[in-house]
Design a protein around this ligand. Structure first.
Ligand code: C2E
Ligand code: MG
Ligand code: MG
Ligand code: MG
Length: 289
């Protein structure tokens, strides 16, 4: 009898669905350990203002180096962490690390560098969110204007009065709000009218074929035009090639981000990157004698 049960149990576990459940349980335990052991790191990807070619900001992107499994991308654990609530301690760590690093990056910068931080839906909707932002600004000493919160359309879709009030309060603090992955969600355009946001980040799915696909180009043109009339800034995500950048930069006075400029990199590397972008080596420049 016992043998049979064991066999049934075995079959139960080999079922594909249940294998996935087990994997999620494993990942959840690994994530718990990672939180306790601080296995996370932030990498930073530069954001470039097209017309001036200046680096005006960086986006903080979380990295998890698991001792045995190696690098586990955020796409594989952020949504799980959201389901389990583990996103809360992770998000708290991200915000603090990002703000402290932003202060460091701005200490030796000649132009201000904005720190863009991805905010999860649960994090945003929690009652203490506004207070946590005020706290981290105080603790780090970062100017509120240098903090930009990236929210996705999903967060704002079921936006209650509370969410709208939170956005207004953040705006009053001086903190900037960007709508991430714009165009991929299902939110109504009326949100753009109602919500106090500062920037649209056009999703990279519209950029991949923008040079050859006139429909993608039409969408990008339309969003940029609409945003300008609404007084919103625009950042075009996922620029991977010189051709894409030449094409887009000739048409739109926006911000850009993507592998063409740089991949996300550790703090020390982005620090060097910023210094070199602000003080480019130029041998044709006359040297003081
Ligand atoms: P996202 O906020 O839209 O971030 C941009 C993602 O696109 C990043 O992936 C970045 O590495 C990638 N990317 C940047 N330029 C290019 C490009 O030219 N081509 C392509 N193919 N990809 C590009 P990553 O780091 O894997 O992050 C994935 C997503 O995970 C993020 O999307 C964001 O939604 C989430 N995420 C990352 N870090 C955090 C975090 O600290 N907190 C929260 N809540 N979510 C985070
Ligand atoms: Mg983002
Ligand atoms: Mg995005
Ligand atoms: Mg995304």
């Amino acid at each position: 009898k016992a043998k049979r049960q064991g066999r049934n149990t075995y079959q139960w576990y080999t079922d594909e669905l249940n294998r996935k459940v087990a994997e999620r349980v494993n990942l959840r335990h690994a994530l718990q350990y990672a939180i306790e052991q601080s296995q996370f790191e932030l990498h930073y990807q530069p954001q470039i203002h097209g017309p001036s070619s200046r680096v005006t900001g960086v986006e903080a992107l979380i990295r998890w180096y698991h001792p045995e499994r190696g690098n586990i991308p955020p796409g594989q654990f952020i949504s799980l962490a959201e389901d389990t609530g583990q996103i809360m301690p992770i998000s708290e760590w991200v915000l603090e690390r990002a703000c402290l690093d932003a202060v460091k990056l701005n200490a030796n910068a000649t132009t201000p560098v904005t720190m863009a931080v991805n905010i999860s839906p649960m994090q945003f909707q929690r009652p203490g969110f506004l207070a946590s932002i005020q706290q981290v600004l105080e603790k780090s000493g970062l100017a509120p204007e240098l903090l930009e919160l990236e929210l996705t359309e999903g967060v704002l879709m079921d936006s209650t009065e509370h969410a709208i009030q939170t956005l207004k309060d953040l705006g009053s603090l001086g903190v900037h709000i960007a709508l991430d992955d714009f165009g991929t969600g299902f939110s109504s355009l009326s949100y753009l009218k109602r919500l106090p946001i500062n920037k649209l980040k056009i999703d990279r799915s519209f950029i991949r074929d923008v040079v050859n696909d006139s429909r993608d180009a039409a969408i990008v043109d339309g969003v940029v035009t609409m945003a300008a009339k609404l007084g919103l800034e625009v950042l075009i995500e996922g620029v991977e090639t010189a051709e894409q950048y030449a094409y887009l930069n000739a048409r739109h006075s926006t911000h850009f981000q993507g592998f063409y400029f740089a991949r996300p990199m550790p703090l020390s590397a982005i620090s060097t990157y910023l210094q070199e972008s602000q003080h480019p080596h130029n041998d044709s420049e006359p040297h003081p004698t």
